[in-house]
Design a binder for this molecule. Sequence first.
Ligand SMILES: *[C@@H]1O[C@H](CO)[C@@H](O)[C@H](O)[C@H]1NC(C)=O
Ligand SMILES: *[C@@H]1O[C@H](CO)[C@@H](O)[C@H](O)[C@H]1NC(C)=O
Length: 414
Amino acid sequence: MKHSSRNKMKSHLGPLFVILIMATKCANGYPQNQHHESNSQLDPDPEFIGFINNVTYPAGREAVLACSVRNLGKNKVGWLRASDQTVLALQGRVVTHNARISVMHQDMHTWKLKISKLRESDRGCYMCQINTSPMKKQVGCIDVQVPPDIINEDSSADLAVQEGEDATLTCKATGNPQPRVIWRREDGEMILIRKPGSRELMKVETYNGSSLRLLRLERRQMGAYLCIASNDVPPAVSKRVSLSVQFAPMVRAPSQLLGTPLGSDVQLECQVEASPSPVSYWLKGARTSNGFASISTSSLEAGSPGPEMLLDGPKYGITEKRDGYRGVMLLVVRSFSPSDVGTYHCVSTNSLGRAEGTLRLYEIKLHPGASSSNDEHHNFIGGLEEAARNLAASRQAARLLQPPLALLLWAWSA
Ligand SMILES: *[C@@H]1O[C@H](CO)[C@@H](O)[C@H](O)[C@H]1NC(C)=O
Ligand SMILES: *[C@@H]1O[C@H](CO)[C@@H](O)[C@H](O)[C@H]1NC(C)=O
């Protein structure tokens, strides 16, 4: 029943609105005005005082539009939603079924339309009408601001990509005004971007745009990225996307030859790069009789006994440190004895491959009676290492001089 009264109201005001549009159009021209003024000499026509101010509010707040009229006489003031011509209120009465809408009549002249707990659907223009003939109207608009939101389903999840391939990180944000999306790295490092067709990586602190395209990924582009959406309606929101760049392990032994006197402890080190995280271990290979003179790039010499897996314990101290895709494998051989002379292999494997580094331990025979101060000892070892490097096979030498490229080739050929 209430429904029917509402419909009637609508059909009553609706056609008049059409007339009103025409009247407004004519008012922008000239002849219509004169006709109006002749009428107003008898009984002054109602007219609007000023304009309805357009307003902007955040969602959830209350919006108020004020319509002021003078000389209303026996006429009535109504509020309509402009988009669909729904009548919301007539004089002081709300005629729509919306508990969030109320009207207030103030200081004789002003009719206020209030919409509480603003929703996005309230955005739009509202019409204040006077039921004169032809009808008079004014329009005021409400903009509803909405803080940014990130649509998870339309945004990137964590992703794993092989080195050399492309990746696109996407963040879809909604809100009003349309939010700005920027990307930054969670660790505060610069974002590295490759322009299409370019070999160089460009460094930027932040990247503007909802899609961050990373071409021919390098491992140093691995990390957690944050997309941050903001539109001046707090709070800004962010989403974390973790990018894993995967590649087979690469192993490098900074010192491949280590000489040490009997009885001392000696530490062997391998540097490992791998993603996903590798499984790493140490093998002890063949024992050789003549020190570093017979350097071989093969991990095992023909005829030598099979390799032995080394375990952490009293004899060997085995540790591994990892920071992102980089790691260091350390092996301490305690109380060096003649049986410890030989080759050692640090081995690293992951789902994409396997790599190993080879190190050789030999005995330094101290001259009887010679000073064995620490400094001299170190120089002695350094000198021997230098000599050994020069002797090393060309493949190993290339590896020391040009780590990234040589390592890559080496790892793939291994
Ligand atoms: C309010 O906005 C409407 C629609 O954008 C515009 O036609 C009208 O002139 C504005 N009113 C004022 C007072 O600025
Ligand atoms: C990103 O947007 C901010 C703010 O609009 C601007 O100051 C900055 O220069 C932009 N950066 C780039 C690289 O376009």
